[in-house]
Design a protein around this ligand. Structure first.
Ligand code: NDP
Length: 459
């Protein structure tokens, strides 16, 4: 048997790569090195989920302060210090980076700092030095992509938005996906005038229609201006330092910052994939089978670089399945069915399973929908509505989809996800006693399905 420097070299120390490396080393005794050119922790911990959620918490305090008045509090003089929020967030990221370093060290994983390039099926080059391994795992994640329009160099992405030295008074956010709506909520709550420019007719393509329209309405009530079917044609820097955006919606758009959240692409540039014959799809994603194996036997790939379901917990599951397959001798495939997810917009979204439109194309379904004013809004006087929805198979009574827009939706949907994974039927939901008074109890008290649109059409 060939002898290699390592049993495994992982490219990319993000959530998926770190987990796979640690488990391979600590549970299976593999000799592992991990290559990282930026900060250990990757997108989620350093430039995504974690710092974003900290900013979401910070932004939410603004609403809590407003709501406090109805509950008898006087909160005169409250002020927000953007610099303090960013500095505290950075301190927490530093702590987390230290934790990740320690986890790797404790597991006996060697960190190779630099950009890795695959030279042949068993060799990786890092900053001019070569290392060999029995297996190579590509876990390099993704990066934001921006369209090629004049003046795009003036735009920022979520990477820079998380670290702005000052909060912009006016910001235009381009895009209608997860990242765009989350940042629109953050900046709006903290006092920026936010315009979200989307090229489609509605935000959040790929989500249930009621979720999309409910969130858009709530965002607009909070003062975010959503400009639909709006394409930005160019960005120009004005003499006063502000940015002027030429667009097709006949509106003068001026801003102090322009942020693009128009999707992400696999981070494969310069990785040497072509040289070793690793198959990629259009857009650059590494093509893998159900066990995360690429077209080259000794090389696997997990996480966003494979563009399957681009979520951190999924990358971690893929990493664990890879280790079980390769080092545990137990071929393990990830189950992608009914993955719960959230959008940390304001109010947030929680969703799991099929959307109504998708479900209706597959089988006859009943849809249960509830819209209500959250109890907290009574005394606070806030004009906010929550929405919950269940999609149920008429044939089997199984709950196929659950969606919510409203406070605590991500926390609530996590539990509903477990029920759905266990195959819960609507009868199970009905038999469950609600917790009163909560918003979550709506999920077990919805009794009447909404009228079936196909039935209405034939009448
Ligand atoms: P998305 O793919 O979700 O959304 C991209 C948005 O940009 C869409 O609204 C799209 O419009 C629009 N768009 C694309 N190209 C252009 C263009 N040239 N001009 C104008 N608009 C354009 O990408 P994100 O960047 O928001 O997020 C990337 C991924 O990160 C997500 O898929 C998600 O998996 C992950 N993520 C998850 C989060 C979570 O779980 N809470 C949070 C943040 C990110 P259209 O609809 O018309 O195509």
């Amino acid at each position: 048997m060939a002898s290699y420097d390592y049993d495994l070299i992982t490219l990319g120390a993000g959530s998926g790569g770190v987990r796979a490396s640690r488990v391979a080393a600590s549970q299976y005794g593999a000799r592992v090195a991990i290559v990282e050119s930026s900060r250990v922790g990757g997108t989620c911990v350093m430039r995504g989920c974690v710092p974003k959620k900290l900013l979401v918490y910070g932004a939410h305090v603004a609403e809590e302060l407003e709501d406090a008045v109805g509950y008898g509090w006087t909160v005169d003089g409250a002020r927000h210090d953007w610099g303090a929020l960013i500095a505290n967030k950075n301190t927490e990221l530093q702590r987390l980076e230290g934790v990740y370093h320690r986890l790797l060290r404790d597991a006996g994983v060697t960190l190779l700092e630099g950009r890795g390039r695959i030279v042949d099926p068993h060799t990786v080059e890092v900053d001019g030095k070569t290392y060999t391994a029995g297996h190579i795992l590509i876990a390099v994640g993704g990066r934001p992509i921006l369209p090629d329009i004049p003046g795009i160099e003036h735009a920022i992405t979520s990477n820079e938005a998380l670290d702005l030295p000052a909060r912009p008074d006016r910001i235009v956010i381009v895009g209608g996906g997860y990242i765009a709506v989350e940042f629109a909520g953050i900046f709006n709550a903290l006092g920026s005038r936010v315009t979200e420019a989307i090229r489609a007719g509605q935000i959040l393509r790929g989500f249930d229609e009621d979720v999309r329209s409910t969130l858009a309405a709530e965002m607009e009530k909070k003062g975010i201006r959503i400009r639909r079917e709006c394409q930005i044609q160019s960005i120009e820097k004005c003499e006063d330092g502000s940015l002027s955006l030429l667009n097709n919606c006949a509106e003068e758009m001026r801003a102090d910052a322009v942020m693009y959240a128009t999707g992400r692409a696999p981070n494969t540039e310069g990785l040497g994939l072509d040289a070793v014959g690793i198959e990629t799809a259009q857009g650059g994603a590494v093509v893998v089978d159900q066990y995360s194996r690429t077209s080259v036997d000794s090389i696997s790939a997990i996480g966003d670089v494979t563009d399957r379901v681009n979520l951190t917990p999924v990358a971690i599951k893929e990493g664990m399945a890879f280790v079980a397959t390769v080092f545990g001798d137990t071929p393990t495939a990830v189950d992608y069915d009914a993955i719960p997810s959230a959008v940390f917009s304001q109010p947030p979204i929680g969703t799991v399973g099929l959307m109504e439109g998708e479900a209706r194309t597959r089988e006859p379904v009943d849809v249960y929908l509830s819209r209500f004013r959250p109890m907290k809004a009574t005394l606070s006087g806030r004009d906010e509505r929550a929405m919950m929805k269940l999609i149920v198979s008429r044939e089997t009574d199984r709950v196929l989809g659950a969606h919510m827009v409203g406070a605590d939706a991500p926390e609530i949907i996590q539990g509903i996800g477990i029920a759905m994974k266990a195959g819960a039927t609507k009868a199970h939901f009905d038999a469950t006693v609600g917790i009163h008074p909560t918003a979550a109890e709506e999920f077990v008290t919805m009794r009447e399905p909404v009228p079936d649109p196909s039935f209405e059409h034939t009448e």
